[in-house]
Design a protein around this ligand. Structure first.
Ligand code: NOJ
Length: 909
């Protein structure tokens, strides 16, 4: 049996048994693409200012497709393929690209009827198009980096008139039972069955697919969301990665089935080059990955001439989507950081979060009532544990009617918010996309009146069951619905809300209980008459977009929103944070949270986290502690638990565990200046906050597969403990020219080695990279709001060359004044030739601060200085006291009073 048949029968069997769709698109594309060869008509290509257009024709169907190749600013190529004259328009994803990408004119530098070579005339990149069979090679410095359709998997189902209609038109007998129709039904062309559900496809088969061969690449990453390893696995003897947003309670780990969100974007990395493929399609998508290892011919095999030959490894990526068009962006790098910039140029960068949202969040389904909230809030103070945000899940509402309050449990929501406000804390409440069908619920009535719900294929409002019972679903793909929904967050419309209330969008895959695969039928109808199948994966994206906009509007454009979403798509980073949904309180879920978050991070979504403690089940104290420790060093840090689990506030496990959790959370607060500065970098320069090692060490093969540790920015390496009863962990410290300092013991390690680090229950293995300077807070308050004026410290870790660099970003932490009025402070620190300098990193910003740097800690200072002096901008020198530890080579300066926003120097002689 051919491998593909084996693969798909395996998937089909498994899916049928689990009650999930069999993946007809994949089967069809495998079976039918082998018959189709496409030929490009390059002799009639038109090379325009924006794009080069030519036809491609399938030898079998003779249907003509229109291909457009664009050169886009920043070394990006875009390939669009659509039917030249479709029966009706095909869906194209809107609203993901931040603006129309600026094109660069491509010129033809050589070519004939059988080939065309396009270049932007600036760089070394060329796009070689071959006519027969149709193929594109991306060439850099005479080397083919990527080939498109070299395996002939271009597949494009053109829209057709249904067989029955065709037959009627041609006056034929009903053909519904003829052999070809049977064959078609088996492939799910016009209809797919799933349990009691029948998905009738009015538009018939409309799937698209294409292959990409990445030459010399064997490390691929991206296409979240799967509970899988960071490095993408070969799918040749297993399941394809599926991108289909689904609500999967307690999802299985090491599985390629889709869960809550999708970003159809992957990165490939090899020594000296990183590239990206962004497949802009919001319908159900499958991605197959197959690596062909490098082959070295030996003397005995091939004879002396071939002895020198070496065939590079290659990874083939095959994208298949259920509908829409082919619209693919090729990001040519060459560095990881270039690829991040290229992707962010298309889809935007991470929204700058309000500072409070980088603190710790306390959630539970559900806090019972106002009194419960009061007690939990007080518990944090009593146990001296900082936290910033209290969360309310669905039970806070009147019968799961969002924008309302359960009057018995929360009789006075404003009073409750005032209590939180008095402690500089915030409240987040949930708002899901399903709306209870209830003629007395104003949100329902108004949406119904205006025709704002998704419709079923018969034309009525789509109805499905979710938390409130029978519900309809807001059609967020409609800009008018989004505008109206945004308006629901104004303080007058949302009774009981105040400006410290922020939002959580959940169940927005959308989740439909008793629906096929717990989601919406694919033939439900959206604005513009588009079927749900066309845009399923982008539904949640639109809800978060409307919510974020609503929070901005309620503040009259002044304040930054905070919105957490469960479902997401490419570009969701612009609207807030994402979490990994309903994980389980088991060690394996703690472990997999690291690769899952790394994958989100490199696909643009820096603000991501996993439920600390595990949502489902009851973590034992040790697991809870280890999860807090990991979470404290991950971007979005929230404890959450499902209904009927035991209460697990940090102080419920005895003194010792309370101390351990307190310590982990306090470490998070100590590092807030660093976190905030990293988020600024993600916001302005698209550099991920949480980074796999290969990003920081792109030339180090050993780093490419590491996923049990990661970098925060470029300075900190963290290796959370994810095993029970661990007494040591093996930490890989990359870089042959690097030195690393243990953040706890200050021990110095040379890079390019794996070290065994002893761990106690209070150890969070983390290392500062030599050559970096990390800003910290020296005291921790009840919440971020209490720490505005508290002093700073600098942790200087010297490189092998005895130097170090770092940066620091500060603004008011909540408004858009950093953007519109340039009210921000951006400083850089450098330590060179025994002088530490604080200087301005961005002259455009003004945000004077009264805060001082009171502590400087230098790691790796080899000899004891005879004196340390500070020099202010007016040239005045002052001696300062210091302690030097010769054994650990550390220098400690305390009780300093150096203004963080001023220029100064510290001389260590
Ligand atoms: C599902 C979410 O994933 C979970 O976090 C939440 O607590 C429940 N829905 C109830 O709203």
């Amino acid at each position: 049996m051919k491998l593909w048949i084996k693969t798909f029968s395996k998937i089909a069997a498994r899916l049928l048994s689990t009650g999930v769709y069999i993946l007809y698109i994949g089967r069809r594309q495998k079976q039918l693409s082998r018959r189709a060869t496409y030929q490009a008509s390059l002799d009639s290509a038109t090379i325009g200012k924006d794009s080069t257009k030519f036809q491609i024709i399938s030898e079998t169907t003779k249907v003509s497709l229109l291909a457009e190749v664009y050169g886009i600013e920043g070394n990006i190529f875009r390939l669009k393929i659509n039917e030249e004259t479709p029966l009706k328009p095909r869906y194209e994803v809107l609203d993901v690209l931040t603006s129309k990408p600026s094109t660069v004119r491509l010129i033809s530098c050589s070519g004939d009827a059988d080939s065309l070579v396009l270049t932007d005339g600036k760089g070394d990149l060329k796009c070689n198009i071959t006519a027969n069979p149709f193929k594109i090679d991306l060439v850099s410095q005479e080397e083919v980096v990527m080939s498109i359709n070299s395996l002939g998997q271009l597949y494009f189902e053109h829209l057709q008139i249904p067989l029955k209609q065709r037959a009627a038109k041609e006056n034929k007998e009903d053909t519904s039972v003829d052999a070809s129709q049977e064959d078609q039904e088996d492939l799910g062309l016009w209809e797919e069955k799933f349990g009691k559900f029948v998905d009738v496809k009015v538009n018939g088969p409309a799937s698209v697919g294409l292959d990409f061969s990445l030459h010399g690449f064997e490390h691929l990453y991206g296409i979240p969301q799967h509970a899988e390893s960071h490095q993408l696995k070969n799918t040749s003897d297993g399941d394809a990665y599926r991108l289909y947003n689904l609500d999967v309670y307690g999802y299985k780990i090491h599985d390629k089935m889709g869960i809550y969100g999708s970003v159809p974007y992957l990165l490939a990395h090899k020594l000296s080059r990183t590239v990206g493929i962004f497949w802009l399609n919001a319908s159900e998508t499958l991605v197959e990955i197959n690596t062909e290892p490098a082959v070295k011919y030996t003397l005995t095999q091939m004879g002396p001439v071939a002895a020198k030959q070496k065939v590079r490894c290659r990874t083939d990526v095959h994208w298949m989507s259920e509908s829409g068009i082919i619209d693919v962006f090729l990001l040519t790098g060459p560095t990881p950081s270039d690829v991040f910039k290229q992707y962010s140029y298309l889809t935007g960068t991470q929204a700058m979060p309000p500072l409070f949202s980088l603190g710790y969040h306390q959630c539970r389904w559900n806090y019972e009532d106002e009194q419960d909230i009061k007690e939990v809030d007080a518990g944090f103070d009593e146990h001296d544990i900082p936290y910033d945000v209290m969360w309310l899940d669905i039970e806070h509402t009147e019968g799961k009617r969002y924008f309302t309050w359960d009057k018995k449990r929360f009789p006075n929501p404003k009073r409750m918010q005032e209590l939180l406000r008095s402690k500089n804390r915030k409240l987040v409440v949930i708002s899901d996309p399903h709306i209870k069908i209830d003629p007395n619920y104003s949100v329902y009535v108004k949406a119904k009146e205006q025709g704002f719900f998704v419709r079923n294929h018969e034309g009525g409002d789509f109805e499905g069951v979710c938390w409130p019972g029978l519900s309809s679903y807001l059609d967020f793909t409609n800009p008018k619905v989004r505008e109206w929904y945004s308006g629901l967050f104004t303080f007058s419309a949302y009774q009981g809300s105040t400006d410290i209330l922020y939002i959580w969008n959940d169940m927005n895959e959308p989740s439909v209980f008793r629906g096929p695969e717990l989601t919406m039928q694919k033939n439900a109808i959206h604005h513009g008459n588009w079927e749900h199948r066309e845009l399923h994966n982008i539904y949640g994206f639109y809800q978060q977009m409307a919510t974020a906009e609503g929070l901005i509007q309620r503040s009259k454009g002044k304040e930054r929103p905070f919105v957490l979403t469960r479902s997401f798509f490419a570009g969701s980073q612009k609207y807030g944070a994402v979490w990994t949904g309903d994980n389980t309180a088991e060690w394996s879920y703690l472990k997999i949270s690291i690769p899952m978050l790394l994958t989100l991070s490199i696909t643009g979504i820096s603000f991501c986290g996993a439920d600390v403690g595990g949502f489902i089940g009851n973590p034992e104290a040790e697991l809870l502690v280890r999860w807090y420790q990991a979470g404290a060093y991950q971007p979005f840090f929230r404890g959450h638990a499902t209904m009927n689990t035991k209460r697990r506030e940090p102080w419920l496990f005895g003194e010792e565990y309370t101390r351990l959790i307190r310590e982990a959370i306090r470490q998070r607060y100590t590092l807030l200046p660093y976190w905030y500065s990293l988020f600024y970098r993600a916001h302005v320069a698209a550099q991920p906050v949480m980074r796999p090692l290969w990003i920081e060490f792109p030339e180090e093969l050993d780093a490419f597969g590491v996923e049990d540790e990661y970098m925060l920015g470029s300075a900190l390496l963290v290796h959370p403990v994810t095993e029970p009863k661990a007494s040591t962990v093996d930490v890989f410290l990359p870089g042959s020219n690097e030195v690393w300092y243990d953040c706890k013991t200050f021990a110095r390690w040379e890079g390019a080695r794996t070290v065994k680090i002893p761990v106690a229950l209070d150890t969070i293995p983390s290392f500062q990279r030599g050559g970096s300077i990390v800003p910290i807070k020296t005291t921790v308050g009840k919440s971020t709001g209490y720490m505005t004026d508290s002093p700073y410290g600098l942790r200087v870790a010297l490189s092998t060359k005895d130097s170090a660099m770092g940066e620091f970003y500060l603004d008011d932490g909540h408004s858009f004044r950093y953007l519109h009025q340039k009210q921000f402070l951006h400083r850089k620190f450098s330590f060179l030739s025994d002088v530490l300098i604080n200087s301005c990193a961005d002259e455009r910003g003004h945000y004077p601060s009264k805060c001082v740097v009171e502590q400087i800690f230098v790691l790796g200072l080899k000899k004891q200085p005879s004196s340390v002096t500070t020099r202010s901008s007016d040239g005045k020198d002052e001696p300062v006291a210091f302690t030097y530890c010769a054994q650990m080579s550390t220098l400690r300066l305390e009780k300093l009073s150096l203004n963080i926003s001023a220029d100064w120097e510290v001389h260590v002689r």
